[in-house]
Design a protein around this ligand. Sequence first.
Ligand SMILES: Nc1ncnc2c1ncn2[C@@H]1O[C@H](COP(=O)(O)OP(=O)(O)OP(=O)(O)O)[C@@H](O)[C@H]1O
Ligand SMILES: [Mg+2]
Length: 234
Amino acid sequence: MKVLSFLNNKGGVGKTASVTNIAYILASVYQKKVLAVDLDPQGNLSNFYGNTDFVKLLQNRRAKKETAESMVSVGELLINSDLDAHKAIRKTNYEGLDILPSFPTLSAVEERLKADITTPQQFRLRNQLEKVKGEYDYCLIDCSPSLSILNVNALVASDEVYIPTLADDGSLFGIELTKTELIDEVKKYSPKLKLGGIFFTRYRKNLNVSKYAVGLLGAAYAKLVLPLSISERV
Ligand SMILES: Nc1ncnc2c1ncn2[C@@H]1O[C@H](COP(=O)(O)OP(=O)(O)OP(=O)(O)O)[C@@H](O)[C@H]1O
Ligand SMILES: [Mg+2]
């Protein structure tokens, strides 16, 4: 199983859109077995592919009521390493595409993880994904826009990380922060991690700012900028 993360410290750059579409294409067009992991407390990927009624789920949790609906999400797998990862994985409506969802409670999990100093916190996701690695060709991780322990977990579990970015004048800072503060740091103790590349999303080629951003990023990151861009589409 090859693990790919999509990460940018900047919000709204197309991380979730990239994971959603690439996961679907790998499963449907290339007939690969794909696991999409939602590691963002916003739960956008889970909302898109999952069939979970989050309001009902939160009410049941508060009432500590077990339901037919699995209460186990990626957050519980991170907190409890003895939990079987299969308990949290759900089928989507698409053949070959499964999802490991996040619930809105993932932000609280993040706080608990940071407070737990008894075991290393960076390797939790990697250890859980080890349990299912024989069952999938690809695992795609949708990250949140932050420099968080959750994203460190994503990188430690990954073979490759990709940085989607808008072609605007503010994008360079987000990429540099993501690269130096997260990717370069994790590489020091997880040498298999490779920066697969940076690519433009919502790209509008006729705008001056797009040409400016391409020039700026090309000068800063050279071959790391992939020769492909995702156009803006309604
Ligand atoms: N190629 C595209 N054309 C038009 N709209 C797009 C495109 N890609 C993404 N969007 C839209 O841009 C918005 C932001 O995209 P997305 O949610 O994928 O970003 P994100 O990086 O995951 O955001 P966040 O950091 O909040 O998780 C969404 O409304 C999405 O539908
Ligand atoms: Mg997102």
